[in-house]
Unconditional design. Sequence first.
Length: 305
Amino acid sequence: MPLRLPDRLPAIELLKHENIFVMDHSRATTQDIRPLKIVILNLMPLKITTETDLIRLLSNTPLQLEIYFMKLKSHTPKNTPIEHMMMFYKDFAELRRQKFDGMIITGAPVEQMAFEEVTYWDEMRQIFDWAKTHVTSTLYICWAAQAGLYYYYGIPKYPLEKKKFGIFEQRALLPTLPIFRGFDDTFCMPHSRHTEVHRADIAAHGELTILAEGEESGVSMVMARGGREFFITGHLEYAPDTLDREYRRDKDVRDDVEMPQNYYRDDRPELGPRVTWRAHANLLYNNWINYYVYQETPYNIDDIR
């Protein structure tokens, strides 16, 4: 089954060129199916790019999903047209009375700031509290993962000596969990961050389970409340050229930018990236939707607690 998306969302036409089947709202309403409601709090600067990346992965499920986009009232994005935000996004205040089968909270370009210094931290705290009782399962990505671990469980973040930037091999520590169904012994994950969480802090917390980690990148996946919360410190959703665009953007304005590790063929940017993470990205999102959203959410969505 396809995704139900808002009419005229730019991602629809972009993904049709990749032969990905998506359905706008007008057509979807003709089908007598209770779709899973998924809300995305998109904190990334390039909203349309992130929308497309996530929808590409979510479209791989056979279930029908109805996608909502949430924005913050306390923050105005600078890199996305205001018309796009007004047409496709709703404030948290408009959505907070609803319940959702699944939620995704993206990373944000504020990781070098203390959480309390982020201008929209108070609103994020409200959303974190709301998600615990209004969403069946939530994926927290990169900065959102660190923020969620800090807010819910008191796990601090630490600055890195240099940016963790590239593709890093991960090992699943509990490979029989449904989230890893179909995974190989190791899998790759893109990372692009200036801070980290420490294994010892997480391992000492009885409510948290470390699911995956890498020798170079550290803890990459953490689970809480039996899968109602997943914290992912990397970016499995990234498109093949995302790190390349980030590298070239930064290289144009600074002289100290290092090339992303384990990314370019033969470490030569002119040869392009060697894509090693897409299969596991599709598996992870499909497993999350199937085992932790669809099979756990009540048929009556108002029964979510």
